[in-house]
Design a protein around this ligand. Structure first.
Ligand code: PLP
Length: 403
């Protein structure tokens, strides 16, 4: 008997965890050590969660044995609502918050509750590809808007406007952005929000890196800039609090709730169907959000993340034919390989060849729904000597590489 795959999946791609990763597993099975600079997973690089946050989970473990409220435990939802209140989002309370098994689960729920077949959602290109996959899996149609590398990867507002049709239901904003590291300016955000206002679009804003900012970058909370719009803001513990394995995230509904009563009822239905998010991890949220900004010491001068970003960026851009917008936020470098120097037709193949020859795992740019095969994404979570060595090996590989 053959078991066919659901037809629905044919239009769903999630290359950043696809064939390249399978290749890496095969090499590992043969005994090779692979340097994985492909995932924004802080813990394996020695970036541990704050002790106080872990301590609270341990202290509450006995109370975490049963299912919780389907939206999540009240103190955690209150802490999330207060966090957004402090960021200038008016009128949000614990009833406007849904906790989830990571932002990933909440992305899937938010689009599943929204889309009918053929509905369109505007998504940045490049994107964090789960957004595109989730929209397509929900029967919707992901429509990509261009982010302009020449303008520090800010969204091209004219292109966004040109892509809106009668079927457009929502716009996705990923800020700070994965993979580009762009932190959007206030005028850009106001421009995107104004398009949402004029065309009656739901705003879905993924702000999981909102506290991972370098030098003088400032993150503007979209929901605070547009209190008159229905905005779903998402964040979680995976990055700032280095707790990716806890699978703990949140979604906050703000704006004119009366316009969204039916939609929110749909979200509640989906929340009920998964019973509740992982309960022990919910006990981390109040302490995480209530305390000092736990990540700031890694981002200040002398801090690990800032040093690693600066070092990796400098070294990458010294490779002939490689340039890179310096990321103002998040954990990634997204270098461009000049097509006049490197004639790459298939960037996934390039990443596989690099993996086989140098045992370094990066991610190809088209995996982020970029239309051209001329970018790579490198995570800069590894310590400076490791990044140094990896980039030297990448440079040596590129010197003789032909497709
Ligand atoms: N959103 C963005 C932009 C991300 O980069 C990631 C993970 O890399 C996620 C969401 C997923 O986060 P979580 O671990 O909370 O599911």
């Amino acid at each position: 008997m053959t078991v066919p795959q659901a037809g629905r999946l044919r239009n769903v791609r999630y290359d950043i965890r696809g064939p390249v990763l399978r290749h890496a597993r095969q090499l590992e099975a043969q005994g090779h050590r692979i340097l994985k600079l492909n995932l924004g997973n802080p813990a394996p690089f020695g970036l541990d969660a704050p002790d106080a946050v872990l301590g609270d989970v341990v202290r509450n473990i006995g109370d975490a044995q049963g299912y919780s409220d389907a939206r999540g435990i009240h103190p955690a939802r209150l802490a999330v609502a207060q966090y957004y209140e402090r960021r200038g989002v008016p009128g949000v309370g614990p009833d406007d918050v849904f906790l989830g098994n990571g932002v990933s689960e909440l992305i899937a729920m938010a689009v599943q509750a929204l889309l009918d077949p053929g509905d369109e959602v505007l998504i940045p290109s490049p994107d964090y590809p789960l957004w595109t996959a989730a929209v397509n899996l929900s029967g919707g149609h992901a429509v990509h808007y261009r982010c302009d590398e020449q303008a520090g990867w800010e969204p091209d507002l004219e292109h966004v406007a040109a892509r809106i049709t009668a079927s457009t239901r929502a716009i996705v904003i990923i800020n700070p952005n994965n993979p580009t590291g762009a932190v959007y300016s206030r005028p850009t955000l106001l421009g995107l929000l104004d398009l949402a206002r004029r065309h009656g679009l739901l705003v879905l804003t993924d702000e999981i890196y909102d506290q991972i900012l370098y030098e003088d970058a400032v993150h503007e909370t979209a929901a605070a800039l547009a209190p008159d719009l229905l905005v779903l803001s998402m964040g979680g513990l995976s990055k700032t609090y280095r707790l990716a394995g806890f699978r703990s995230g949140w979604l906050v509904v703000s704006g004119p709730q009366h316009e969204a009563a039916e939609y929110v009822e749909g979200l509640e239905l989906l929340a009920n169907m998964r019973l509740c998010p992982n309960v022990p991890a919910q006990y981390a949220i109040q302490t995480a959000l209530g305390g000092v900004n736990h990540i700031s010491e890694l981002l200040q001068p002398g801090g690990r993340l800032l040093d690693q970003r600066d070092h990796a960026w400098q070294k990458l851009t010294e490779i002939p034919g490689v340039d890179c917008v310096k990321p103002a936020g998040a954990l990634y470098l997204f270098p461009r390989l000049d097509p006049d120097v490197y004639k790459i037709r298939d960037d996934e193949q390039l990443v596989i060849d690099l993996l086989e020859q140098q045992h370094i795992l990066l991610t190809h740019g088209t995996g982020f729904n970029l239309p051209t095969p001329d970018h790579l994404r490198m995570v800069f979570l590894a310590a400076v000597p490791v990044l140094d060595d990896a980039i030297s090996r990448l440079a040596a590989f590129l010197q003789d590489y032909h497709q």
